[in-house]
Design a protein around this ligand. Structure first.
Ligand SMILES: [Zn+2]
Length: 238
């Protein structure tokens, strides 16, 4: 059987043999799918790279996946200065195929780290579950729960439904008022918007028009963005 050795062409789907009751000790420790969620800027990418580091130190081999990087050499880059090469996904990527290609090339894949997991399609989340259950690959997915409309991303919804563990990151991001912020507000031309495309294909670093701001529920609902932010000084600093 192919429970522990994820050979190329291994059977996937629901056809794996069901062990006799009580026979679980003969199986390897099951792999797991963990979904870590939190608002923007709460340190998800930093934790993703820390987990990658911890596994690599134990001799495990993993792939780091991201979406929306847009650069020629995709990386996860954190606000505290860590960085690692990553594999760029798009909505057409079959994650099982991606891993099988690594195996075919002789690369071990013991685990996957998926940053920006809110952008996964529901089908891609199901592919991750196939990898966990059929091929014994551990998956650590990091993402936002809700979009700027305060609605679940489809990928995040599927992760909620299927993950073995859902963990809300405990690093609080504060609204300008000092309350914990759990809402990813989209600000266009200085005003909060709650309708529009779920994903804007624009670089927030270069687009002056659209930016995101974490708000508490009260100020999200009221559309109050607080006093002008220190990143946008009204006066020159020199
Ligand atoms: Zn607030």
């Amino acid at each position: 059987m192919t429970h522990q050795e994820p050979a190329e062409g291994a059977a996937t789907g629901a056809l794996a043999a069901v062990p006799a009751a009580g026979n679980r000790r003969s199986l390897p420790m099951p792999a797991h799918l963990r979904f870590y969620l939190g608002p923007m800027d709460c340190g998800k990418s930093t934790l993703a790279l820390q987990i990658d580091h911890n596994h690599a130190r134990q001799g495990r081999c993993g792939l780091v996946l991201t979406q929306g990087d847009r650069s020629a050499s995709p990386r996860i880059t954190t606000r505290v200065g860590m960085s690692r090469a990553a594999v760029e996904l798009d909505s057409s990527t079959d994650l099982r195929e991606l891993v099988r290609r690594q195996w075919a090339a002789g690369q071990r894949v013991d685990y996957l780290i998926v940053d920006e997991a809110q952008f996964l399609s529901p089908e891609q989340v199901e592919q991750l579950v196939d990898l966990v259950d059929d091929s014994h690959v551990d998956v650590y997915a990091f993402g936002l729960a809700t979009d700027f409309r305060s609605r679940l991303f489809p990928g995040s919804q599927r992760l909620f439904e299927l993950a073995d563990t859902v963990l809300a990151l405990q690093v609080e991001v504060l609204c300008w008022c000092g309350r914990p912020g759990g809402f990813n507000g989209r600000v266009v031309g200085g005003a909060l918007v709650r309708e529009g495309e779920q994903v804007v294909i624009a670089d927030t670093a270069t687009s002056a028009e659209t930016r995101y701001q974490v708000l508490c529920r009260r100020h999200y609902r009221g559309g109050e963005l607080g006093p002008s932010r220190p990143e946008e000084p009204q006066l020159p600093l020199s």
